[in-house]
Design a binder for this molecule. Structure first.
Ligand SMILES: N[C@@H](CCC(=O)N[C@@H](CS)C(=O)NCC(=O)O)C(=O)O
Length: 209
């Protein structure tokens, strides 16, 4: 049984939807991200008090990319990962790491510029500069999806879910996702999957948590 530390409408959605797609036993452990004194049990698993974090039978993991890779490697029979000797294993890793190291920092600035500056005018400047970098990022990702809807083979993999939750947040775009037709196509396709919409429903229904 897995335990997923999560909060509504956060990066935890990627791990959450993967657990649903893999159809494995799991329990959600909702946490209060705004608590001044996070639960010590949560801190022991996620030292920055961030979600997602996962407890599994042999230990714990934080970082959504690592969780996605761990889960899909652990359950290869479910077909949401990319095997070690698949020609696209490298591309799979490349885009998973790209999401964590290049995309996420800019997305987080759009939501939390106060992590960098207390001054409102500086926050605005930071968000604008970061949006410029996001525009380039979305162009690059859009191009990566041109043979889509999926990034790898003709099937959804963990990397698609990790992309989908971010492009589902309107705050990530100067206008909206439709500026990037291949990304919009992937989001529309993945949104038809039952597991994806079940997880979206949970996050919507628990938004005030
Ligand atoms: N690189 C991390 C980022 C996780 C992250 O920043 N999660 C946000 C929610 S979307 C969070 O927990 N924020 C709380 C905080 O930073 O205190 C990952 O992919 O897991």
């Amino acid at each position: 049984m897995y335990q997923l530390y999560c909060a509504p409408n956060t990066y935890a959605m990627g791990a959450h939807v993967l657990l649903e797609e893999l159809a494995v036993d799991y329990e959600l452990k909702p946490v209060d991200l705004f608590s001044a004194s996070p639960d010590p049990e949560f801190l022991a698993v996620s030292p920055h008090a961030r979600v997602p974090a996962l407890r599994h039978s042999q230990g714990t993991i934080f970082e959504s990319g690592a969780i996605a890779l761990y889960l899909t490697d652990k359950h290869p029979d479910k077909g949401f990962g990319v095997d070690m000797d698949h020609p696209d294993r490298g591309r799979y890793l490349q885009w998973l790491y790209y999401l964590s190291s290049t995309v996420q920092p800019e997305v987080l600035i759009q939501f939390h510029p106060e992590n960098y500056f207390a001054d409102g005018a500086l926050q605005l400047k930071l968000k604008q500069a970061s949006m410029g970098r996001l525009n380039t990022i979305w162009e690059i990702l859009n191009d990566a999806y041109k043979n889509g809807p999926w990034l790898i083979d003709n099937r959804p993999t963990a990397v698609d879910y990790c992309v989908a939750i971010q492009i589902g947040w309107p705050e990530c775009f100067e206008r909206n996702v439709d500026q990037y037709p291949h990304l919009a196509r992937m989001l529309a396709t993945i949104s038809k999957r039952e597991a994806f919409s079940r997880v979206l429903d949970w996050h919507r229904d628990n938004a005030e948590m």
